[in-house]
Design a protein around this ligand. Structure first.
Ligand code: GLU
Length: 307
């Protein structure tokens, strides 16, 4: 298939819509990102990349980092992880408090904010401290991306911490239900640090290969997780990866995927490729407006979806 021509067509078709999205302004350090930017990359199992737009530009991966923290927590805790969090769609916004109260402090899944904060807490336990846990998460991201230069933007992390009232509230609520072991500010700070990691679509599409290939990197042959764990992570991405628009994403795109409020989205075509797209303007659900559109065009034009 001529992937490059397909990507070239996609950028032409989506460019008029770039102005329609709204950049996440509840994190002041992200407010000034130019919304009229676009990038899309795919990485094949032999490492070949097809790209269009600003595919080397770094952006804040935000909630895409939740895929990486969930991977590590599932690897270490296996099914015991589900004593702390669930794996059902929430049908609620990413930062909602209401459901967490009703459900006694147990977050629905690892991809809503409460779930990801809880997973971060589990990783702090496992590694024995938040500094070392953050370093190990970063090392994991560098390993799956095969890139040692990836790092976090401290300005964004600090800005999130200064305005993180809602995430602090989620963590406090879990703590009140005895479903958070470490100090609230320590856990939330580490959560913001991994959300503030910066990557490009080229890096992210490469990083997705272990999930497209049953937990093993098809280029380096490194086994990161078991086949059954990769299956579960893909399933949770499909059902919960886009918050309360997860059903819509599955319906229109038909691939496991995860979005972040930085405007990035990752997706997986099992046994074939990793994909990443970036357009900073968001839709009302906090997912990249044009990114979602581009992925929808990609699966329509190529016929590549899991269905
Ligand atoms: N750091 C962001 C927050 O907690 C992540 C949200 C997202 O990317 O969806 O609000």
């Amino acid at each position: 298939m001529d992937y490059q021509s397909i990507l070239n067509e996609i950028i032409q078709e989506v460019t008029p819509f770039l102005k329609d999205g709204k950049v996440a302004d509840y994190i002041p350090a992200l407010e000034n990102v130019d919304p009229e930017q676009f990038a899309m990359s795919i990485t094949m199992f032999d490492g070949t990349q097809f790209t269009v737009g600003q595919a080397d530009t770094l952006f804040s991966i935000q909630s895409i980092s939740k895929v990486f923290t969930f991977t590590l927590a599932l690897k270490f805790y296996r099914s015991n992880l589900y004593k702390r969090i669930g794996h059902e769609p929430s049908g609620n916004p990413f930062n909602s408090l209401v459901q967490l109260e009703y459900e006694h402090g147990k977050p629905r899944n690892p991809f809503i904010n409460a779930g990801a904060i809880n997973v971060t807490d589990a990783l702090i336990n496992y590694y024995g401290g938040s500094d070392i846990a953050y370093k190990e998460v970063l090392n994991f991201i560098r390993s799956i991306s095969n890139n040692d230069l990836i790092t976090c933007n401290e300005v964004v992390a600090t800005s999130e911490m200064e305005h993180g009232y809602r995430n602090m509230a989620l963590a406090n609520l879990m703590k009140s239900f005895n479903n958070l072991d470490n100090e609230v500010s320590d856990v939330v700070q580490m959560y913001f640090k991994h959300c503030s990691v910066e990557m490009s679509t080229n890096m992210l599409s490469r990083a997705m290969l272990y999930l497209a290939n049953h937990g093993t990197d098809p280029i380096t042959d490194k086994i990161y997780i078991r086949e059954s764990q990769a299956k579960r992570i893909n399933a949770v991405m499909l059902t919960c990866g886009h918050y309360d628009a997860s059903g819509d994403f599955a319906y229109h795109v038909g691939l496991p995927g995860k979005s972040g409020v930085g405007g990035g989205i990752v997706a997986v075509v099992p046994k074939l490729m990793g994909i990443s797209v970036w357009a900073p303007g968001l839709n009302a659900n906090g997912n990249s407006l044009v990114g979602t559109m581009a992925l929808k065009l990609f699966t329509s034009k190529t016929g590549l979806s899991i269905f």
